[in-house]
Design a protein. Structure first.
Length: 174
């Protein structure tokens, strides 16, 4: 009888080696990010919805608006076996996969996003990949507004951009 109780307890207690909590990425219905966060919190899950303040401009006024940093995505800190429970919430559409497995975001990346937002660091989020020969316009820094051509990619963190109008090549760290 004692052995049966022990088996039951070990079945519901997470194994810290293999079954540990991770930040999983979920795709939510459009414009439902905040609702998904409320539902997750209500049900006892730890979630993170990075929010940033942006200045929206209309023809008659300007207004600061809070919006999700990653539209239609939310991070949830759960055990892998809880993924299907989270999918039962009305605003959650699916989980993000990478190489056929649920995508996991490392804690250090969550912390970096939090720090960037907390320090009000100016940055843009894009899923666009640069290609050699691609024309671009610099959005910030001392060469803001300058047109350039991607000359060379140096790994995933650096790119060489030829600034045609001033005849310089910049090495930009992404």
């Amino acid at each position: 009888m004692e052995d049966e109780k022990q088996k039951e307890i070990s079945a519901i207690t997470p194994n810290k080696g293999k079954n540990k909590q991770e930040w999983y990425v979920f795709y939510v219905r459009g414009k439902h990010e905040k609702q998904a966060e409320r539902l997750l919190t209500r049900d006892g899950y730890t979630s993170y919805l990075p929010i940033r303040t942006v200045l929206k401009e209309w023809s008659d006024r300007k207004k600061s608006v809070e919006e999700p940093l990653f539209k239609s995505y939310i991070f949830v800190y759960i055990y892998k076996n809880q993924i299907y429970d989270v999918l039962q919430l009305p605003s959650i559409v699916t989980y993000v996969r990478f190489a056929g497995e649920p995508a996991i975001i490392r804690q250090k990346h969550i912390d970096l996003i939090k720090e960037l937002i907390l320090n009000k660091t100016k940055f843009d989020v894009s899923n666009k990949r640069l290609k050699v020969g691609e024309r671009l316009k610099l959005k910030s820094g001392p060469f803001k507004g300058q047109m350039g051509v991607v000359k060379q990619l140096r790994g995933s963190k650096k790119v060489l951009v030829d600034l045609e109008t001033i005849n310089f090549t910049l090495e930009i760290e992404l």
